[in-house]
Design a protein around this ligand. Sequence first.
Ligand SMILES: C[S@@+](CC[C@H](N)C(=O)[O-])C[C@H]1O[C@@H](n2cnc3c(N)ncnc32)[C@H](O)[C@@H]1O
Length: 270
Amino acid sequence: MADEKSWVPQSVDVSVPSAARLYDYMLGGAHNFAVDRLAGDRMEAVMPHARSAARVNRAFLGRAVRFMVDQGIRQFLDIGSGIPTVANVHEVAQEAAPECRVVYVDRDPVAVAHSELILAGNDRVRVLQADLRDPDSILNSPEARLLDFDQPIGVLMLLMLHWVPTEFDPWGLLKHYREALPSGSYLAITHFADDHDYEPVKIAAANINKAGGDQAVERSRDEIAAFFGDFELVEPGLVKFAEWRPSGPGDMSTDPAINRLAYAGVARKP
Ligand SMILES: C[S@@+](CC[C@H](N)C(=O)[O-])C[C@H]1O[C@@H](n2cnc3c(N)ncnc32)[C@H](O)[C@@H]1O
């Protein structure tokens, strides 16, 4: 596990937990600090299967990327990509089609610092520190020039839109991103649901919010469906994340309530 080492950018406040490092800890990664591990352990105390929720989401990521590659997608924009822990977009995509290009975007400086270290030498991958709430800083960045916006792009926003509070109009932001994409592009989203029956996660979210770090908001199925706008959801539509084309037991948690924590969908621009 990491500690306050020289690679940590000076701007990083290591005294408050961050979503990226907490998620890395839950996935068994090494890029987190004591404050993140404390938040993670607290989460696990009230929500014993928290780690498997992270894995269910990561398994969806793999299925969604492979699906997009099968549809001919060769370039990806992953916003809120987190720390490249296990089975990242570029690994899944480039294994299926080595020519795939990937731009990772995260607002967390530690996630970006790690991504840069891990991805150094891969000339088909770029990493950008930017905030989803400023679409132009992403779409007009030098890093985004790795992507050809005249060709279909696979955009992923996985377990990250619940970090964008409603006051920032995430639906208006999503419209901006959808309009920037050419026909045939895909958008994949996972988002914590407000209709799950797993009370411990509400306590866990309250604990994270109390710790003063990133704030999380659960949303309804309709609110999440609206992020896709006029894009057409592919089968099976917007479903709970473990139900989206599962390919084996490893894609699900043994606790059914965990499998219902978040909605997942993949949609195509007509
Ligand atoms: C739970 S992690 C998800 C990582 C990865 N997408 C996955 O599904 O495996 C959420 C990530 O979203 C990032 N994030 C949250 N709000 C963001 C924003 N407004 N702009 C960019 N990244 C953001 C956090 O820093 C964190 O790394």
